[in-house]
Design a protein around this ligand. Structure first.
Ligand SMILES: O=C(O)CCC(=O)C(=O)O
Ligand SMILES: [Fe+2]
Length: 308
């Protein structure tokens, strides 16, 4: 069945103001699902001709993401000019996080981040997240124009508690997502590494577990579908960058037991994601200076659009 762009945008317009849960329910209806998939495939095919050329590092990262779902590189290898400025800011924010008091033994307090009102987007983060060479990699993997959703800083308390993103799950912000997690301290065993299950094994596990409710799974539940030897913990040094598609691999932040973990996560999706992060925007005066240093493609990465 062929669906015209007009039909689709009429329908998406009508449903876009519905609450998430209802919308997700509607998306699962066979007709709507087929229409959305067709529009998505058409958009992917159309955009192929506009994909930027990659150098050998970019090609190898995208290939690893397609096969494995995750790859780890030292940040200096990305060769981005704004890395120093971004990392300096990230370490200073990590210092601020370290001063936020938390009470142990409360599940909701085991991951400490900034509240929505504490921080605006910072120029250092924005300039790094929008560097052309990085966007080239993200766009080639996502296959569509990219939306930069924002970043989140986290301090993961070493209390061994299993809650929230410390349990196995798959993200559903979009059909393809790129999360870039940068470790701000060395992460060894017991230090709460990012842990994932490679892509092909994840696909089989989704079928075995009938995982279509997008909830969190315990280690015992995961063991029923995937041998523990196939769980990959990203143990890596400070300044390591984990590039991962969290919509294609089961993953979690392993609960730290020995040492806390500080990290910053940048998130990218297509410009028509299923979920948009509610994150603080950059201050208007700062935006004026940042804007003059960005090209149109970089500015476009800050705006949502419809697929059709
Ligand atoms: O930070 C991590 O190790 C993973 C957290 C997570 O689930 C996510 O960022 O989607
Ligand atoms: Fe996640």
């Amino acid at each position: 069945m062929q669906i015209s762009a007009n039909n689709l945008s009429l329908i998406t317009n009508k449903v876009k103001n519905l609450p998430y849960k209802l919308r997700r329910g509607l998306d699962k209806l066979p007709l709507i699902h087929v229409m959305k998939e067709q529009a998505y495939q058409t958009a992917l095919d159309y955009h192929t001709r506009f994909l930027p050329q990659l150098d050998s590092l970019g090609t190898s990262i995208v290939n690893t993401l397609r096969q494995e779902g995750t790859c780890v590189v030292p940040i200096r290898e990305l060769n981005l000019i704004s890395t120093n400025a971004m990392m300096t800011k990230a370490f200073s924010l990590a210092g601020e996080l370290d001063n936020i008091s938390h009470s142990l033994n409360q599940a909701e307090n085991c991951e400490v981040g900034f509240g929505q009102t504490d921080h605006r987007e910072f120029p250092e983060m924005l300039m790094w997240a929008l560097e052309s060479n990085l966007l080239d990699i993200v766009e080639n993997y996502i296959g569509l124009p990219v939306l930069y959703q924002g970043y989140a800083m986290r301090k993961s308390i070493a209390d061994g508690q299993y809650s929230g993103v410390r349990r196995w799950h798959i993200d559903w912000e979009d059909r393809r997502i790129i999360k870039i997690i940068i470790y701000l301290n060395d992460v060894a065993a017991g230090g709460g590494p990012y842990e994932y299950i490679p892509r092909t094994i994840t696909s089989k596990a989704i079928a075995t577990l009938n995982y279509y409710n997008l909830g969190y799974l315990s280690d015992d539940e995961m063991r029923q579908a995937v041998l523990q030897k196939d769980w990959v913990a990203c143990l890596a040094e400070k300044g390591s960058v984990i590039i991962t598609d969290t919509s294609s691999v089961f993953h979690r932040a392993q609960p730290p037991t020995v040492k806390e973990r500080f990290s910053i996560t940048f998130c990218y999706t297509s410009t028509s994601p299923l979920v948009t992060w509610k994150i603080p925007k950059i201050a208007p005066q700062q935006w004026e200076t940042v804007k003059s240093r960005l090209n149109q493609r970089q500015i476009n990465c800050l705006h949502k659009r419809r697929l059709s």
